[in-house]
Design a protein around this ligand. Sequence first.
Ligand code: SF4
Ligand code: SF4
Length: 364
Amino acid sequence: MRYRTHPKTGDKISEIGMGSAYLYEAEHDEAVHALRTAYEGGINYFDLAAGDGAAFTLWGEALSDVRKSLLYQIHFGADYSKGTYGWSLNLETVKRSVDWQLKELKTDYIDYGFIHCQDEKKDWETYQKNGVYQYLLALKEQGIVRHIGLSSHTPSVIHKILDAVPVDMLMFSINPAYDYGHGEFANGGVSERAEVYTRCQKEKVGITVMKPFSGGQLLDAAQSPFKKVLTPYQCIRYALDKPGVMAVLPGAQSVEEVKTLLAYEDHPEETTDYSVIASFAPIEATGKCVYCNHCKPCPVGIDIGLVNKYYDLAKAGDGMAKDHYQKLEKNAADCIRCGHCDRRCPFDVLQSERMREIAKYMRG
Ligand code: SF4
Ligand code: SF4
């Protein structure tokens, strides 16, 4: 398992994490075994916005003995008093729900306490007016919550909350369908969504990724808005390549599905290449580097995707990006303008030109 270090909290997070939406649907023993398989495979990060309260009991049973090695996202606003998931902005309901979740998980602390599911600006106003945010902060002061998170599907609401309060982790829905304007949560345009990623990286807000397969639609040609199948590994790598991303959090319903997720770590880069999405890209995405590295190999060994990522981050005001760029063994100044990447890039990026632009910017 590869781990990514959170730039602000220092937590070492497995790049493959797990959501909890569906596991409770499995047979009890299978579900417990699946969680142990995830832990033994190196997964240490779990989101607990579960579809049903039964998930908390399962997690408590399967993983309480190794709790200290794990990181949990708990949502202040997810209510299980009726058994299945419900959304609440009522302070007393949230308090009861958080107490109950901790008891079932057999833990007394929360790694990332989340401002839960803020998709409309008025949700955030109500969240504060009702005292839910203040309650989350009070638990942080008491040391019960270690860090603050935010979950949302809406870039404009994310920016509003990031402007207002400190956040350590954002859970956001990232996949090619949403980024290219297709699907239930395709909120914001191509550029607006990209700004969320660069802002988070710049401000040291980690991102954990929900819905990496667009609810399974991208894995089924009949349901996919692109009418073509992507593999889970293409979707996972797509999300992991975005600036700021710490981990993807797909769901799993069986030991086999967990093993499939873990196998991502052993897959060679060629089999996770997602550049086919260029054929679905809307016009506003043309000519924009998505850091996919499909244009490799560069004859002088430039990591083209990474150089472009640092360039975009530096332009967005990330002070560290220039430093990281300068430390690369090869950078844009080494480009010999052979044109190989221009011919290979399915997104029509004129990369040899861009390398010249990057070298000039980074020198300045
Ligand atoms: S230039 Fe094109 S192929 Fe190369 S990393 Fe960027 S988007 Fe991918
Ligand atoms: S044009 Fe430059 S960046 Fe592109 S493959 Fe050739 S040397 Fe590498």
